[in-house]
Design a protein around this ligand. Structure first.
Ligand code: GH3
Ligand code: MG
Ligand code: MG
Length: 457
């Protein structure tokens, strides 16, 4: 993931420090030395995220944030306020101004990269939703709920901690409209996670009463909680536990003792991310889209794909390439000839299932025709697209398809063509290039992924 970060600070040495750290992690950094300059830049060419200093002469960070959030051109760009450690009231003011997160000076690298990545990922999911909404509108199927505009995200939360004041923290979350369960018992927590679904789980990994890291790994091993964000609570300074928690799949963390406003904003961020992921997944299943769905596999159909690809390509740029995988099942007529058409249909259905299991919610899978499928990967460069293609190719090859009538195990392979675009071309042109790559994959022996090589200008 490459992202464009705007760093706003009136002190040049601070700007250069953040710029150096972020550039070393391959972020594209732009800078502004004051509020007005920041507002102009954000309006004219919205970045993926803004790191905003609070104390600036003239217009302070709060005012800049407030104005940004009122400007429709950039209201969706996440803002991280960079505040001084000794001013907790700044956090509340930042929240009121619409900030999405905080960093305290001196900025700790680990938390900065964690926060920036998490917010940028959320923004791209939001943008994907926005593009799908646009596609639906173009096709005359507008859906007012899709973006849940302005709605503060709420959900079912499990809070696992042994703190004495746990009820107070549960209250804080309930007052925001969440359905909250609290426990300080390892087994009870495990039972809850097995019997209920949650939109967020908060777990202390520093409790002497239970093994929070083990709980975290149990949670991550549970497929029904695959998309549930987990926030780890870690004793301040316990870098070893923090690193382990992140390794085990925690999505975010908070240091103990908890700061109330930081706690609230992190939980909201994770809930919002969960909401977007769920919306993207529901997107495939929504009944009103019958006209846009393929009846056999439930995937989007070709009509939807062509329209959506136009929308996605309009937003593509060198910093935000769009990649496309076009896949064709190898020797599929043999499946029909050997096992019959019904078995062939069942293979196509299961093939679609494997496809969906192996891509992210933000990616779009379509049945392009007969035994051809297309996956659109927005904000993905060709190298990553090839990795995804290879993962899909292996997911198809690794296990035979089990059909019932007639009872058989049918081995299947797939050939995949990959093409990418940085904008300025039609969906038909991009599909044509991917198709040429697929043609080569077939010609070179099938069961392989081939990327289209851009022709020399
Ligand atoms: P290649 O490796 O070159 O792609 O070989 P192939 O046999 O897969 O290619 P071909 O295009 O010759 O055949 C595609 C077959 O897919 C023919 C068609 O009957 C079958 N097919 C297309 N749509 C469906 C469907 O909805 N259900 C079933 N069962 N078969 C389908
Ligand atoms: Mg074919
Ligand atoms: Mg085929």
């Amino acid at each position: 993931m490459t992202a464009r970060v705007l760093v706003v600070d009136d002190i040049p040495v601070n700007v250069r420090l953040l710029e150096a750290k972020l550039s070393a992690e391959y972020f594209h950094v732009q800078t502004a030395s004051g509020g007005q300059e920041a507002l102009t830049k954000v309006h004219d060419d919205p970045p993926d995220i803004v790191l905003l200093d609070v104390m600036m002469p003239g217009m302070d960070g709060f005012e800049v944030c407030r104005r940004m959030k009122q400007d429709p051109a950039c209201a969706h760009v996440p803002v991280v306020m960079v505040t001084a450690l000794d001013q907790p009231s700044d956090r509340v003011k930042g929240l009121d101004a619409g900030a999405d997160d905080f960093l305290t000076k001196p900025v700790d690298d680990l938390s900065m990269f964690a926060r920036v990545r998490s917010l940028v990922r959320m923004k791209s999911m939001f943008e994907e939703l926005r593009m799908r909404e646009e596609t639906r509108q173009t096709l005359g199927l507008s859906d007012a709920n899709a973006l849940a505009k302005g709605r503060d995200p709420t959900g079912a939360i499990l809070f696992i901690d042994d703190r004495l004041d746990l009820p107070l923290w549960l209250d804080t979350l309930s007052c925001l409209g969440n359905d909250v369960t609290g426990t300080s018992d390892f087994d009870a927590a495990l039972t809850h996670t097995r019997e209920h679904s949650y939109d967020a789980i908060i777990v202390s990994v520093s409790s002497p009463l239970f093994d929070g890291l083990r709980l975290l790994s149990e949670i991550r091993a549970n497929p029904s909680l695959r998309n549930t964000p987990v926030i780890a609570l870690v004793a301040a300074g316990d870098h070893r536990k923090l690193a382990q928690a992140l390794d085990l799949g925690a999505n975010d963390y908070l240091h103990l003792p908890l700061d109330r406003s930081e706690f609230v904003v992190r939980v909201k961020t994770q809930l919002r991310k969960k909401m977007y992921t769920d919306l993207l997944r529901q997107n495939v299943q929504r009944g009103m889209e019958m006209a846009l769905r393929d009846h056999l596999t439930g995937l989007f159909n070709r009509r939807y794909l062509s329209q959506h690809l136009e929308t996605v390509l309009k937003c593509a740029s060198p910093a935000k390439p769009v990649s496309l995988l076009i896949m064709d099942i190898d020797y599929f007529s043999r499946v029909n000839n050997t096992y019959g058409h019904l078995a062939g249909d069942e293979v196509l259905r299961q093939f679609a299932g494997r496809l969906v299991e192996n891509i992210r919610g933000i990616d779009l899978a379509c049945r392009y025709g007969g035994e051809e499928f297309v996956v659109v990967l927005s904000d993905t460069d060709p190298n990553v697209a090839c990795v995804v293609g290879e993962r899909l190719r292996r997911a198809v090859e690794k296990a035979a398809f089990q059909v019932e009538q007639p009872s058989a195990q049918i081995p299947v392979t797939v050939s995949i063509g990959v093409a990418s675009s940085t904008g300025g071309e039609s969906s038909a042109a991009l599909l044509r290039r991917a198709d040429q790559a697929l043609y080569r994959a077939k010609g070179e022996g099938r069961n392989r992924v081939i990327a289209e090589i851009a022709e020399a200008a």
